[in-house]
Every structure is written in structure tokens, then in C-alpha cells.
Design a protein around this ligand. Structure first.
Ligand code: AMP
Length: 281
């Protein structure tokens, strides 16, 4: 596995690989790697000659009161996971090489950036779209791998790729879960023992809601209320939002018909978790 720290060196390397017709898959992450990230790497390895894993805790996507400083950084473990999963190139740029002094340019995906998580996390998706645009320009992948776990992020990036003519195919990979249903996340380590015991209620409730919709409950407000009440009744979590939107473009729905994304964000103390489920009916 090659480790690369500078954007220019990575671009030089991928240019030489592309000359030999190698296909390139890119898996962007913020490190603290887990089985969710590993699943994206595995898929990229299956579909490309070369897999690049980027690890960059992107300051531009954290608000001033968010957890940038305490975001888990586990470089040694990450390197091991990357090696064990046969990553070809690990790209770990410094903040300065990504945002050198005088940096002024950002990408915004209007409307989509201010819904769901974007309503609470102002500027978050501007930071996400900007770093992904930069990584696409630096690594020039044929395919980009992202997780369904961050459904809004994936939809925003899909929109950006289309709108800005990036020559890349986005592959959205299924959410990897713990045995008890909790979506694997770098932030799960912040949960206390009792919060961790309660946390599976999130996916349990989403799955129950899916059943209710399949059985014919099509009322958006009733389903949202059911999810909110069930999570707060069976855990100490505070629900930040529950929303039911069209799964392909996050637009509003009046009835729960077609492909619907049910997304939830909640807080266990200071720890913010998100999850979602897609229902087709
Ligand atoms: P992060 O390091 O949290 O920014 O995540 C990097 C990528 O991994 C994003 O595309 C996430 O959607 C994806 N990811 C995170 N958790 C999971 C999971 N449990 N299953 C599948 N993909 C995930």
C-alpha cells in the first residue's frame, strides 16, 4: 500500500495509472475506519484496478460548536484496516495542502443543502460538497463510493456530479449494521454503556415504520409521530428530526407512496447519530 500526503503527488500518480488504462475507485472518509468503510473499499476493489482511500477530517464541514477537535483520530488502526482490506493508495492530505492560506472557493448544492441535517448543521454540506469536488479533481476516479448511511450526503454529491459534469459514477453502498441493528458509525464510541444498549431502538423503530407503511399506513405526519414517540419512549435520546421524503431527490411527499426515504437524526447527550431506511410501496 502506497501512502501519499500531497494532492499534487496523488494527481501525478493517477495520471500515470490512467495512461496504462487502469480504472480507479475512490473511497473518501474521515478515518476512524470501521466495517462500513471496509464495505466501500471491498466494493471498489471488486469494480476497479486501483482503490484509493482518502482520510481527511474536513474542517470545512464542522460548525463552530461541533466536534471537529474531538472527532476520533485513529491513524494506526486505520492504516491496519486499510492494509487488511488491500487498499492500493492511502491519501492523507494535511489541512494546509487542501485549504492553503487565501483559500476562497466553495461548492454549494442549493435547496438540498438546507434540508434534513442541513437545517441544523449550517454550512455542513457546503463543506462536504467542496471536499468531494476537490478529491474528484485530485484523484480523478472512474467511480466514487459512498454510503447509504449518509443518504442526504450521497444525494447531494450525486446532484453535484451531474450539475458540474464530473466524469465519475457514484456508487451508493448499503448501510453496514451491528448485529443488533445499530448503524456502524465512527461516533458510536462516544455512547455510554447504557446509551449503547438503548441505541438499537433507532433501527428497530425505522423497521417497524416500514412495516406500518407496507401494511397501508400512508399518512406522513402519523408515521413521523410514531417514530419520534417510539424512540423517545424507549431510550434517553432526543430526536432532532424525523422526515419522510422522496428517496431520489429529497422532495416533499404528501402521501407515503413510491420510494420514500425515512431519515432520522437524534442525540444521546452530546452524541449525534443519524440513520435512515428506504420504503417502496
Ligand atoms: P465518514 O468517514 O463518516 O465521513 O464516512 C465515509 C463514508 O463511509 C461515507 O460515504 C459514509 O456514508 C460511509 N459510511 C459510514 N458509515 C457507514 C456504514 N455503517 N455503512 C456503509 N457506509 C458507511
Amino acid at each position: 500500500m502506497k501512502r501519499i500526503y500531497s494532492p499534487d503527488s496523488l494527481t501525478k500518480l493517477v495520471d500515470s495509472l490512467r495512461k496504462t488504462n487502469k480504472t480507479i475507485g475512490l473511497v473518501p472518509t474521515m478515518g476512524a475506519l470501521h466495517q462500513g468503510h471496509a464495505s466501500l473499499i471491498t466494493r471498489s476493489r471488486r469494480e476497479n484496478d486501483v482503490t484509493i482511500l482518502s482520510i481527511f477530517v474536513n474542517p470545512a464541514q464542522f460548525g463552530p460548536t461541533e466536534d471537529f477537535n474531538r472527532y476520533p483520530r485513529t491513524e494506526i488502526k486505520d492504516e491496519l484496516l486499510a492494509k487488511n482490506n488491500n487498499v492500493d493508495i492511502m491519501f492523507c492530505p494535511t489541512n494546509k495542502s487542501i485549504y492553503p492560506s487565501g483559500y476562497l472557493t466553495f461548492v454549494r448544492v442549493e435547496r438540498l443543502e438546507s434540508m434534513l441535517c442541513g437545517a441544523k448543521r449550517k454550512g455542513h454540506f457546503k463543506g462536504v460538497a467542496t471536499i468531494v469536488a476537490k478529491l474528484l479533481n485530485i484523484a480523478k476516479p472512474d467511480k466514487l463510493y459512498m454510503g447509504q448511511k449518509d443518504a442526504q450526503q450521497s444525494i447531494i454529491i450525486q446532484r453535484m456530479i451531474k450539475d458540474l459534469n464530473f466524469p465519475v459514477k457514484l456508487k451508493i453502498c448499503p448501510t453496514i449494521r451491528e448485529k443488533d441493528g445499530l448503524a456502524v458509525s465512527s461516533r458510536n464510541i462516544y455512547l455510554s454503556q447504557s446509551q449503547r444498549i438503548e441505541a438499537p431502538v433507532i433501527f428497530k423503530t425505522l423497521s417497524q415504520a416500514k412495516l406500518l407503511i407496507k401494511k397501508g399506513n400512508k399518512d406522513v405526519e402519523k408515521i413521523k409521530k410514531y417514530i419520534n414517540t417510539s424512540i423517545e419512549k424507549h431510550s434517553s435520546a432526543k430526536v432532532e428530526y424525523v422526515d419522510c421524503v422522496k428517496a431520489d431527490d429529497l422532495s416533499e411527499v404528501l402521501r407515503l407512496k413510491g420510494r420514500i426515504l425515512i431519515a432520522v437524526a437524534l442525540k444521546f447527550g452530546k452524541t449525534r447519530l443519524i440513520d435512515n431506511i428506504i420504503v417502496s410501496s
